[in-house]
Design a protein around this ligand. Structure first.
Ligand SMILES: Cc1cc2nc3c(=O)[nH]c(=O)nc-3n(C[C@H](O)[C@H](O)[C@H](O)COP(=O)(O)OP(=O)(O)OC[C@H]3O[C@@H](n4cnc5c(N)ncnc54)[C@H](O)[C@@H]3O)c2cc1C
Length: 511
């Protein structure tokens, strides 16, 4: 017997998420415990034409798991870690969708293994991370969730179960895909013809690339193509040590100079490592910096954080949080390299914070985490929808984009913060309205930012996805024709249109 709840008090927490979009409702929440049970729920929902919204931990910020009718399929009871195996490259883990990221990472610690994806909020589920192709601070070095997914077990809306292993099933050169099902039927579909923006991070609409792995289509598909039931994930050896810091700057120009310097040095280091020019590398003797995280705080963000952290220096115009992996042989040399760079760019080094122990590093990470939490508290206090951008642009466009954010907002008199993944040219602008009139102004400005990001070849969502809140922006990025091609692809997998209704697609595209 599958657990199912319909009492409004009991299901309240399943009809909302971190977007705070009000009005979500469902007739019941169903808690399957196996792939077969997920398939059973979906097959009968397709027969009835009942919408199904997949629920992870509800930390999503774009209302992807907020249902407007139908059933919620909760993955909470699909929470087994089936195995963790070590190998010479690190290891592999087979996990169910409802495993909490923080629990998984805690379990890997004593095994000296690392699962790199690290969204700032770690109470999310691994299935939710895959459905949104989540990323985080460490994505600068390691890339997003997609890079660590080796196999997926997926339940389709029709009740078919498919297993996709990386490298085993690809689209052909003309963008056609064929997936044979156990029932004997074959799903035939065509990839949309658009090209994705050339940015480091991208989570807007379906992933499409020439001759792509079909597995990649499901990663980041926001609960619209199938339910991720189980995944095999690739793990890396845990780095020996870590050096991290929150460094403050008296001017934004110095800060941006430091970021550009640290970023290009890190990318060069990686190029050396990847190209296998080991001798040249060894000859250099002194290790070069290779940041795994480069995160930005503008002065407004620091003002917010000062409410909780009195030690934030009064004269700082901004700050950067960085992380650098080390070994016992390189720790001192790397510290020297970082300090030299900080000096070169006039950082407030004496007032900055550095950490080499796990305990102190956790404190710095917590400092970073407090900012989105403070933003969410603001939106809740003023009962406003979250106005938070998630755009990334190509390298050469970032400085101009940041000035555009700042200039536009300063002229508007609205309160705001700018912070986030500056290493990936991806910062979050939170515009903070105190009433409906300010909110209307904030959304107008948001649209100006969207148009500018699209114009310079960027993406409108680098990590949070489209959900129900960013559909109109997707239309700015991909034209009507592209959206229709995406919708046709969805229909091939979900002919009754029951899955993730309202996510990515407006109603007209699927009817
Ligand atoms: C304070 C804070 C900080 C955050 N920081 C980051 C960050 O740094 N980087 C980042 O990428 N995100 C970040 N997020 C957003 C969020 O944590 C991620 O999007 C996360 O991956 C969502 O996982 P979840 O389990 O909570 O999914 P949910 O919110 O429950 O669902 C998200 C979407 O995935 C679908 N879904 C969930 N599970 C499945 C499944 N098994 N199969 C198919 N579809 C499914 C849902 O239908 C929904 O559309 C942050 C959120 C908060 C609140």
């Amino acid at each position: 017997m599958m657990l199912s709840k319909s009492n409004p008090d009991e299901i309240q927490s399943f009809v909302s998420d971190a977007s705070y979009l009000p009005g979500g409702f469902a007739s019941r929440v169903i808690f399957p415990e196996s792939a077969a049970q997920v398939a059973e729920v979906l097959a009968s929902a397709t027969r009835e034409g009942t919408p199904v919204t997949v629920s992870g931990a509800g930390t999503g910020t774009v209302a992807g798991r907020v249902p407007f009718g139908g059933y919620v399929l909760a993955t909470d009871r699909l929470n087994k870690i089936k195995n963790i195996v070590k190998d010479e490259a690190g290891g592999r883990a087979v996990v169910e969708a409802g495993v909490v990221l923080a629990d998984f990472q805690r379990l890997l610690e004593p095994e000296a293994l690392l699962y790199p994806p690290d969204p700032t909020e770690r109470s999310c589920f691994l299935g939710g991370n895959i459905a949104t192709n989540a990323s985080g601070a460490r994505t600068f070095k390691y890339g997003p969730t997609r890079n660590y997914v080796e196999r997926l077990r997926i339940a389709l809306a029709t009740g078919d179960l498919i297993d996709l292993r990386r490298g085993e099933l690809r689209a052909d050169a003309r963008g056609r895909i064929e997936i044979p099902l156990q029932s004997g039927r074959t799903i035939e579909a065509r990839l949309p013809s658009y090209r994705m923006p050339q940015v480091r991070k991208h989570a807007s609409g379906y992933y499409v690339a020439p001759s792509m792995d079909v597995l990649d289509l499901f990663i980041g598909s926001e609960g619209t193509l199938g339910v991720v039931v189980e995944a095999e994930l690739r793990l890396l050896p845990k780095p020996h040590g870590l050096l991290s810091g929150v460094v403050f700057f008296a001017s934004n120009e110095s800060l941006l100079g430091f970021v550009a310097d640290a970023r290009s040095a890190s990318l060069k280091t990686r190029q050396y490592q990847q190209s296998g020019v080991v001798e040249e590398w060894n000859l250099r003797q002194s290790p070069s910096i290779d940041a795994r995280a480069l995160e930005y705080f503008d002065s407004e963000s620091l003002s917010f954080l000062r409410q909780k952290y009195e030690a934030v220096p009064a004269g700082s115009a901004g700050a950067v949080f960085f992380e650098q992996e080390t070994t016992s042989g390189t720790e001192d040399l790397l510290m020297t390299e970082w300090l030299a760079r900080l000096e070169r760019h006039q950082a407030l080094a004496d007032e900055s914070w550095f950490a080499t122990t796990e305990q102190d590093q956790e404190k710095l990470r917590d400092f970073r985490h407090q900012l989105p939490v403070l933003m969410n508290e603001w939106f809740a206090r003023y009962k406003q929808r979250k106005v938070s951008t998630d755009m990334a642009v190509p390298d050469e466009e970032f400085a101009g984009m940041l000035s555009f954010y700042d200039d536009t907002l300063r002229a508007s008199d609205l309160k705001y913060t700018i912070f986030g993944h500056i290493g990936d040219n991806h910062v979050h602008v939170n515009i903070l309205p105190r009433d409906d009139a300010e909110a209307a102004k904030a959304w107008e400005i948001y649209m100006q930012f969207v148009r500018r990001a699209v114009k310079v070849g960027g993406t409108i969502s680098a990590e949070h996805g489209i959900g129900k809140l960013k559909r109109e922006y997707l239309r700015e990025m991909y034209g009507e024709g592209d959206l229709r091609e995406m919708a046709a692809l969805k229909r091939a997998f979900d002919p009754a249109g029951i899955l993730g209704r309202g996510n990515i697609f407006s109603k007209d595209l699927l009817s």
